[in-house]
Design a protein around this ligand. Structure first.
Ligand SMILES: *Cc1c(COP(=O)(O)O)cnc(C)c1O
Length: 426
């Protein structure tokens, strides 16, 4: 029976058998016991499925990863200790020293640093393109050693909407996958795989957890990208892994399992950024109400964007769900039923006015966080993006006066009243 996404949020990934616990058990154990070393050896050789050490796999994590894979329409998924680890692993699983990736310039500050600087030190080169670039500019960004294209469905904090179909077509024309960070829309508002994305990542720290309780990430594979069609580009997946007794991931696990199995068996083994089972349990509690929470985030985001747009003290508003917004057309296409809860805007009077406004908010609170049940505000030029110079800020679509308002799930009228009184103080 095919189930709606709402039902998958509640019940996906874990179906208890007769007499088993209704809630996902937390396997708070680093290790598993076996009767013979021979049995354990088979697990190490990936000849049999089973658990032996939580750095590689844990049942609690696997239940939750399976739910997220179902929600995104993927074939396999892996939880990571953070969204940063998810994006790093997603790329590093198929690209390393001497390789190159193409990325949208409108992305999260942490991911920008990862690609522009940290992975650069590892020998991986990145070319950034504007999400609004022409087809010629996009084409020109590719190199013979390009291994992936990366973007965010809704960019944090620029709120640009990625034209997933266009970026997927360009990636596929060059024989590489499109990786999409779908943190802001969540699978409730967008399922990038349906538009051609091959791999989807999330910072589960945001809407998926939704309660500001745990840092985490996830990588979902669509199982659709045919690595074997480009064996020279992706030898890690299509040629024997000597560190695993010569297993060839695509042969042993098929297109549906190769990418995630390699990420687990190789990257988790060596880099160890597993999500704790306790946090996996917490994000599952978040997932159980994700569909209900996103409806209220969508409603509050649109209501606050409309209110701000009509306010004389507000210089500009960006919300992809606003009809007047430059992203509206793409939002209509990709973001349904809504454009999530994050609105960015500038208060007339620039940096100083922004600080005055933020200081007077009572319900919305200043936090380096976003996509939470509680409304929060941030001034990125002064916080998350402070290491960027003005040109880099500009390229990431962030003006120095930009305020990021992340609408929670509180009452809509209360949020409008709070913003109204804080604007009075400016
Ligand atoms: C927060 C965020 C990240 C990083 O996630 P962490 O869980 O904080 O490591 C990556 N991408 C996007 C779009 C984010 O909003």
């Amino acid at each position: 029976m095919s189930e709606s996404i709402n039902t998958i949020c509640v019940q996906g990934g874990y179906r208890p058998g007769d007499g088993e616990p209704r809630q996902i058990p937390i396997y708070q154990s680093t290790t598993w016991k076996y009767d013979t070393s021979e049995h354990m050896g088979k697990l190490f050789d990936l000849e049999e499925a089973g658990y032996f050490y939580t750095r590689l796999q844990n049942p609690t994590n696997d239940f939750v990863a399976a739910k997220i894979a179902e929600l995104e329409g993927g074939t396999a998924a892996m939880l990571t200790s953070s969204g940063q680890a998810a994006n790093f692993f997603a790329i590093f699983n198929i690209a390393g020293a001497g390789d190159h990736v193409v990325a949208s310039s409108a992305i999260y500050g942490g991911t920008y640093n990862l690609l522009a600087h940290t992975m650069g030190r590892m020998g991986l080169e990145c070319t950034f393109v504007s999400p609004d670039c022409t087809d010629e500019e996009l084409e020109a960004a590719f190199q013979p050693n390009t291994k992936a294209v990366f973007g965010e469905t809704i960019a944090n904090p620029a709120l640009a909407v990625l034209d997933i179909e266009r970026f997927a077509a360009a990636a596929h024309a060059h024989g590489v996958p499109l990786i999409v960070d779908n943190t802001f829309p969540t699978p409730i508002n967008c399922r990038p795989i349906e538009w051609g994305a091959d791999i989807v990542t999330h910072s589960t720290t945001k809407y998926i957890d939704g309660h500001g309780a745990s840092v985490g990430g996830v990588i979902v594979d669509s199982g659709k990208f045919d690595w074997t069609a480009y064996p020279d580009k992706f030898p890690g997946l299509t040629q024997p892994d000597e560190t695993y007794h010569g297993i060839t991931y695509t042969e042993r696990f098929g297109l549906e399992g190769a990418y995630i199995t390699k990420a687990t068996a190789q990257l988790m083994r060596d880099l160890g950024s597993i999500q704790s089972p306790q946090n996996a349990y917490l994000i599952n509690l978040g997932l159980e109400s994700l569909h209900l929470r996103m409806a209220q985030h969508n409603k509050n985001g649109l209501a606050l964007a409309k209110f701000l747009q009509a306010h004389p003290k507000v210089a500009w508003v960006r919300y992809p769900g606003l009809e007047e917004d430059g992203e509206f057309e793409r939002a209509q296409k990709y973001l349904n039923p809504g454009a999530s809860g994050v609105v960015s805007f500038g208060v007339a009077g620039g940096r100083e006015a922004a600080e005055t406004f933020m200081k007077h908010l009572q319900i919305a609170q200043i936090a380096t966080h976003v996509a939470d049940a509680r409304t929060c505000v941030l001034h990125p030029a002064n916080a998350t993006h402070r290491q960027m110079n003005d040109a880099e800020l500009e390229a990431a679509g962030i003006s120095p006066d930009l305020i990021r308002l992340s609408c929670g799930i509180e009452d809509t009228d209360d949020l409008i009243a709070d913003v109204a009184q804080a604007l009075e103080a400016v």
